[in-house]
Design a protein around this ligand. Sequence first.
Ligand code: AMP
Length: 145
Amino acid sequence: MLVKQILMSKADNKVVTLAPGSSISDAARMIADKRIGAVVISSTGENVQGILSERDIVTELGRRGPSCLSDTVDEVMTKNPVTCTVDMAADHILATMTEGRFRHMPVVASDGKMIGLITLGDVIKARLMELSMEKDALEGMIMGH
Ligand code: AMP
């Protein structure tokens, strides 16, 4: 299973982005409105400058309290996040996310432009479907169907 197949299985490949200089409260509102877990920080909507996840916001709130909400995302985001390309294998993405302890990965083309975003949930869903199909095929072979 490749990243391109995971992207194809998603209903919507538009990535929610916010421009650098936006406030953390803008990001929190965006995350709540869109019911997502992270927002990519990008000045053009295509270049990946950073990623800000709900965990970053909660961590900052816990450290500094609500005054952090008026700060810019630039200070809190993870800069230059790990990205992947469409020809990478789902197993490799799972290993990278597990080792890096993050659940979101922007997908970029060879020129570095963002073309989608996959989450740990997308990868697990795709792998489970693949395993179920393999199981059915093996059962069919054993039963002679
Ligand atoms: P998450 O599990 O995606 O909510 O993120 C946990 C932490 O990892 C947060 O500090 C994020 O900013 C950071 N993070 C999220 N995605 C990535 C990524 N693709 N590369 C590097 N760090 C990331």
